[in-house]
Design a protein around this ligand. Structure first.
Ligand SMILES: NC(=O)c1ccc[n+]([C@@H]2O[C@H](COP(=O)([O-])OP(=O)(O)OC[C@H]3O[C@@H](n4cnc5c(N)ncnc54)[C@H](O)[C@@H]3O)[C@@H](O)[C@H]2O)c1
Length: 385
């Protein structure tokens, strides 16, 4: 297939592009380096230099064989997006080009506006360009389980069936499960999910929304070949996630910072599981007219559980790690019922990679090679996102 990977300079997009090219697809990668720009503005650094996209694509071809075509441009620009899709007429698009930092989106009015503008305009432009120029294309958007928030009732796998009043008969209706995400980033994701659903229902768009938990990990089949092929690794309290931050803290020799009891439980998966889920979606296209939604994660972990696993793995490398439990600044880190239905990866014929001691150790070894780049002042307390 000819596949466009949008947001291919990013953490999920780059391994996705390599994975799909290695599976024999014709891959075109697209980005405008927005992530690099806003992280630089915030003084955040990725642990190691990631070469720019054309350079990485060349290294990938040298080391792994397949070629990739690179397009640099802003997907909020309708002319760029429309002409790209008109020219390339892709069979599938993997849309990773929504800017994901929850904490950044909550910093103030300008940050919130930039996230809303970017994410909604990108998705809107892609949808219209597909409908106009590649109407059979399967649009796969990487959604976030965080969109749901933490409701007091179990979250079904995408759709919620609401029965009518039993007195009125057997009628029921399926609604997209309501979104109560905690940040403007999550609101932007929810709004773009609504756009997909609307255009699927009203215009027959073929689309899948893969609702992923927090994704961690650096090593995939291709990125293991050469360190220059690793994806970005942010560990700070604005752009990093809790797994990255704990691993960076362990290597930097500072305590792992856990709020309260660390009971906050969320869904997680390794990047290789995300790659498998994306490939599965490509091989099982959604039907036109109804957005396909799947909640996808490999395990649920609490913050304290992750801290203890990192502590144990570091211990195997003779690195002594302490866990520091600070005060809980908001009710967000309290214990809360959290029940997210999903199709287990095993039911899709996939084997999940879990946050085991061995897995963490292999990631810690890479981080250790770049320990001198860790900015310790960026490791302060932050709620998991
Ligand atoms: N990383 C996770 O844990 C996680 C979990 C669930 C869902 N997701 C979703 O996966 C997607 C990718 O996330 P990520 O972690 O790879 O983020 P990332 O910031 O590393 O990658 C996003 C990429 O998209 C590019 N981009 C953004 N706006 C663009 C535009 N207007 N034009 C062209 N390129 C643009 C950025 O420059 C960046 O390289 C996001 O939609 C995110 O919501 C990520």
């Amino acid at each position: 297939m000819r596949i466009l990977v949008l947001g291919a300079d990013g953490y999920v997009g780059w391994p996705t592009a390599m994975h799909l090219a290695s599976a024999g697809h014709e891959v075109v990668v697209v980005d405008n380096y927005y992530r690099r720009q806003i992280t630089a503005l915030c003084g955040s650094n990725t642990l190691f230099e990631n070469p720019d996209l054309p350079t990485r694509a060349k290294i990938f071809t040298q080391e792994c064989g397949p070629e990739m075509h690179v397009e640099i441009g802003d997907l909020t620009n309708v002319n760029f997006t429309s002409s790209l899709i008109k020219r390339l007429k892709p069979d599938a698009i993997v849309h990773c080009a929504e800017q994901p930092s929850a904490a950044y989106s909550m910093q103030g009015r300008d940050e919130a506006k930039s996230i809303l503008d970017n994410n909604i305009n990108v998705t809107f432009n892609i949808i219209w360009s597909v409908l106009q120029h590649a109407p059979d294309c399967h649009l796969i958007k990487i959604g976030s389980i965080g969109e749901y928030g933490t409701p007091d009732i179990p979250v079904p796998d995408g759709w919620l069936t609401v029965p009518s009043d039993p007195q009125e008969g057997e009628a029921s209706h399926e609604f997209l499960f309501p979104r109560e995400g905690p940040t403007i980033y999550h609101v932007s994701k929810a709004m773009s999910s609504q756009l997909l659903m609307f255009y699927a229902r009203q215009y027959g768009l073929r689309c899948s929304n893969l609702m992923q938990g927090t994704i961690y990990g650096l090593l995939s089949a291709q990125s293991s070949v050469d360190e220059r092929l690793l994806p970005n690794f942010y560990y700070d309290c604005i752009f990093g996630n809790v797994v990255n931050r704990f691993m960076a803290q362990a290597i930097a020799g500072v305590p792992l910072t856990v709020y309260g009891q660390g009971a906050q439980t969320r869904c997680y998966q390794h990047i290789t599981d995300t790659l498998d889920c994306i490939e599965y979606a490509i091989n099982n296209p959604a039907k036109k007219g109804r957005m396909s939604v799947q909640n996808q994660y490999s395990e649920m972990c609490s913050v304290i559980d992750i801290a203890q696993r990192v502590q144990e793995a570091a211990g195997h490398m003779d690195i002594s790690v302490t866990i520091c439990q600070g005060d809980c600044p908001s009710e967000d880190c309290d214990e809360h019922p959290y029940d997210i239905a999903h199709t287990p990866l095993e039911d899709m014929g996939l084997t999940p990679s879990l946050l085991t001691c061995e897995m963490i150790t292999s990631e810690l070894e890479i981080i250790q090679n770049h320990a001198d780049h860790i900015l310790k002042d960026k490791l302060s307390l932050q709620i998991a996102n």
